[in-house]
Ligand binder design. Structure first.
Ligand code: GUN
Length: 295
């Protein structure tokens, strides 16, 4: 068996087309142009690349976008001041501070973003709303994972979903969403992490396996059940002398081996990655509508 390739680029393109029409409609009927501010501190090459993609995607949809770059030496106080200005700026509906921050107090920074502009879904109020099943903003990568499953017609309800990784950015929220009694949820969920003994024992039971371990080849073919649906959230740069730039991207799953066993699998790149950016745009449009009083 060879798995169906769950192409995040295709699903993202479909969603962005829908959102482009919505942005045009908001401009024409409501004189509302959704605006996103992305804040980058320091010069981490991966973060620079992500931020570029986010700003570019915004512009492609006709949204307003601002990118603010600061040196790694920026003080936490100065960063909090910038966020306060963005909170008060009526042309900005969404604020994203790219993580990881080099040296600033991440918790204070995330807590300062207005929950109504927190399109990253990382403010405690939005994570609390997620946990309670209330309307708020879901973090972009977990939201993207749910969209891939839903738009690919993968049945989630009643299945056993195993999530590997418990980060607040991905593992914990995705496990919670998959377990929620809602469309696209209602799974039985097991959350595995670095303290799990015999990880393979659990992953082999997964009908749906979501991997956000941050480690190349964390999941090999003998750890996957025949016919499972595998979502690889990992983005790892590994050395590759055959590439001019000297590296390539791989996920957390041994793709070549696991695709022979799985029913469906996301590739890396072009799996979850494009969906993360798409859900950021989605959340920003939602934020603009809520702040602008548009249904
Ligand atoms: N760094 C890696 N992923 C993310 C994300 O989803 N949001 C933010 N703010 N930073 C990240």
């Amino acid at each position: 068996m060879s798995a169906i390739r769950l192409d995040g680029r295709e699903i993202a393109a479909q969603m962005r087309e829908e959102m482009g029409s919505e942005v045009a409609h908001l401009a024409k009927e409501h004189m509302l142009r959704p605006g996103l501010a992305v804040v980058l501190v320091g010069e981490n090459p991966a973060s620079q690349s992500y931020v570029r993609s986010k700003t570019q995607a915004c512009q492609e949809l006709g949204m307003h976008s601002v990118q603010l770059d600061f040196p790694a030496s920026l003080s936490t106080e100065a960063l909090l001041g910038t966020i306060a200005e963005l909170n008060a700026d009526e042309s900005i509906h969404g604020i994203l501070v790219q993580l990881p921050l080099p040296d600033q107090d991440e918790e204070r920074v995330l807590n300062t973003v207005s929950p109504e502009k927190d399109v990253d879904g990382l403010h405690p109020v939005n994570l609390g709303r997620l946990l309670r099943g209330e309307e708020g903003f879901w973090p972009c990568t977990p939201h993207g994972v749910l969209q891939i499953l839903q738009r690919s017609g993968v049945e989630v309800a009643g299945k056993h979903a195993v999530v590997v990784g418990r980060s607040p950015l991905v593992g914990r929220p995705v496990a919670n969403l998959l377990a929620q009694k809602m469309e696209g949820g209602n799974a039985t969920v097991t959350l595995c992490h670095t303290g799990t003994h015999d990880l393979g024992y659990f992953t082999r039971q997964a009908d749906i396996l979501v991997v956000a371990a941050g480690q190349p080849r964390a999941i090999t073919d003998e750890m996957v059940k025949e016919g499972a649906v595998v979502i690889d959230v990992g983005v790892n740069r590994i050395e590759d002398a055959t590439r001019e730039r000297g590296w390539r991207l791989v996920g957390d799953v041994d793709y070549a081996a696991v695709r022979k066993k799985a029913r469906a699998i996301t590739p890396v790149p072009n799996g979850v990655g494009p969906m993360t950016i798409t859900m950021l745009l989605y959340n920003t449009i939602e934020a603009a509508k809520r702040l602008g009083g548009v249904q």
